[in-house]
Unconditional design. Sequence first.
Length: 330
Amino acid sequence: MSDGIVVGLDVGGTSTRAAVVSLAGEPLGTGLAGGGNPTTHGADRAAEQLRLALTDALAEIDPGLAWAGVIGLAGAGRLLADPAGRLAFERVWQEVGLRCRYEVLGDALVAYASGTAEPDGTILIAGTGAIAVEVRDMTLAQVADGHGWLLGDAGSGFWLGREAVRRTLADLDRHRTPGPLGTLVLTELLGSAEVAARPRDTVDSLIQTVTRRPPVELAALAPLVIRADRDGDPSAGAILAEAARLLAANVERIRPADARTPIVLGGGLLTGDTPLAEAVRPALTARWPDAPVRTAGDGALGAAWLAARDLPELTDPAALHRRLLGPAAH
């Protein structure tokens, strides 16, 4: 405890994760709650999830001992511009007993910091949405995409789901029997892969089902594309190949041609053993052969490290990063 304590939070649309660590790299507490993105859920619900995650993480710790905190949040700028949202988060911070300063930072920066301690580099994220960001001196600089489902997010989970439905509709328009991907899409959305005697009736049902739902729910179909690709469906493979091309193109928009700084992959579609990550990695390596390509780690730990990074008491930020996030990030 004498080494100091910092608090990190990774607040997303589906979960809120908290971590409390010492400046020596000792994990002291973790917390998990539901989605806390105020843009998606509203400021009051987001603040309540923040409270739940912090309460769990601080259960064995005196919160008054914390020195600094970072909240990583998608749409951080919108929260900072909303007085009610800022007040809701500030109230929770005080009510759980924290008295230290804290910063609200973009989730892209937290994802980058969870993958590397290098101050300069690039983060490419593909989850429900997609964005590429150049990082300079551990701050967000140039950005490509992240324009949302209606105007962009090329290569994202939403984009994959929409393409899966579009290709299914194209097959039906041509009176073709849907392949493995189309079969999965019809079963998921209509409850059956059976095509009506008049294929146009199935087309109409599929369109109505999709348009009655919030558009972002198309992202839930992304796993079907991955499943069909693993089953050898060339249509699914073509969708993933195009997604990889679009994601790599976003990085190319903002990254210097001769850069050797790290590229960090984040988001559910690019972390772990996914076919999209397998397609994106060689595309990036071919373009920047001297740049290490790394995978984002625990976002809450990345946020905690950012909270500690500029404290004068921390003499070796890179060493703390290794202890918290492992040697693979170095």
